[in-house]
Write a new protein. Structure first.
Length: 125
């Protein structure tokens, strides 16, 4: 794990998965971001019930910063112009797999029970 992305809990960090595009899209595009706002990096975007997403942007519930879901760029708020930290993933055989050599998958985080993965699935890296 990169040195600038560690915390005090044995270097375990959470990540969020976001499915891009609409229901009719053929391509399964999924992005993965570390689950931390860039304004105050100890604040989680997904606090356990799903990262809020509206109009293609992830919302930090603490101070209203908006991050483009596809690029991770902060488009509004105190960290405007900053980017969420990306974690490389790949979609294959109906699953999402960690493809980033800087991280190791250590377990699943809380996942809502419905099939909508657009804003709530997170994993622990």
């Amino acid at each position: 794990m990169p040195d600038d992305m560690t915390d005090d809990e044995d270097d375990v960090r959470e990540a969020i998965l976001l499915k891009l595009g609409g229901e009719d899209d053929d391509a399964e595009a999924v992005v993965c971001w570390l689950n931390y706002c860039q304004h105050m990096t100890h604040i989680k975007l997904d606090k356990g019930s799903g990262a809020p997403v509206r109009d293609g942007e992830v919302i930090c519930a603490n101070h209203g910063a908006l991050f483009a879901a596809d690029s991770g760029e902060c488009t509004y708020g105190p960290c405007e112009g900053a980017f969420l930290n990306e974690v490389d993933v790949r979609v294959a055989d109906g699953g999402v797999y960690l493809a980033d050599d800087d991280f190791e998958y250590v377990g699943e985080g809380p996942v809502e029970s419905d099939d909508d993965l657009s804003s709530s699935s997170n994993v622990i890296l």
